[in-house]
Design a protein around this ligand. Structure first.
Ligand code: ATP
Length: 203
């Protein structure tokens, strides 16, 4: 069995996340891709006024609805896990996969060597990387070569179209009613219904 782990704050989930998840599922021939909302992400400060973990998880569930092979994994929220290495250890125990892929964007990949127990993480997982900007397209191969040399990491740079959207940008736009075109429609409806990001203080 081939499993993909795609973690993040998903605050909110957007089309960049979903297109990347679909691409990973197809290109890596995964049986299952786990969208995994963070309980409290170690690499980012959750801005004040952010939705609760359960609401971010619900948005992910709505975004993944009807997408065969993509499911929401609540392990990090349920167990208050902070570090990816602990989550992938649990996934190993639960699924005993033949291949476990850590899927992440170029911004996160460029910091991977500083993550908790990065060497162990790169032993447990293969790494799939999505470009987020055209600028990264030149930097990512260098970083991949460095991590392969240093940690023996197995890294696949995905040939994905760059989707220039971020949750930060959306959090700034949503209060004025903009940004819907970058968010799955069901997630947009949920944001409106729950009045998320209305009184938002951006960081
Ligand atoms: P924020 O703007 O709040 O920092 P974000 O848009 O980067 O959020 P996260 O939930 O932090 O979203 O990202 C989860 C994962 O998805 C990370 O690995 C990130 O690099 C990746 N990712 C986010 N946006 C994109 C995108 N547009 N294209 C490809 N990967 C993306």
């Amino acid at each position: 069995m081939k499993i993909g782990f795609f973690g993040g704050s998903f605050n909110p989930p957007h089309n960049g996340h979903i297109q990347s998840a679909k691409k990973a599922l197809d290109c890596l021939c995964l049986d299952l891709l786990l969208l995994t909302p963070a309980w409290s992400p170690p690499h980012k400060v959750m801005p004040p006024g952010s939705p609760e973990p359960a609401q971010r998880s619900e948005m992910c569930r709505i975004a993944a609805d009807n997408l065969t092979g993509i499911e929401v994994c609540e392990l990090e929220i349920e167990h208050k896990i902070r570090y990816t290495v602990d989550t992938v250890n649990l996934l190993q125990q639960i699924y005993r996969p033949d291949e476990l892929w850590l899927c992440l964007g170029g911004d996160m990949f460029l910091t991977l060597q500083d993550w908790a127990e990065a060497d162990k993480l790169m032993k447990i997982c293969r790494i799939a990387v999505f470009s987020r900007t055209d600028r990264e397209i030149n930097i990512l191969p260098e970083k991949a070569a460095e991590l392969s040399r240093r940690f023996g990491a197995c890294i696949r740079l995905m040939e994905n179209p760059v989707i220039p959207v971020s949750s930060t940008w959306l959090r700034e736009k949503i209060p004025s009613g903009a940004g819907a075109e970058h968010i799955p429609p069901g997630v947009w409806e949920y944001i409106q219904k729950e009045k998320l990001y209305e009184k938002f203080c951006s960081l």
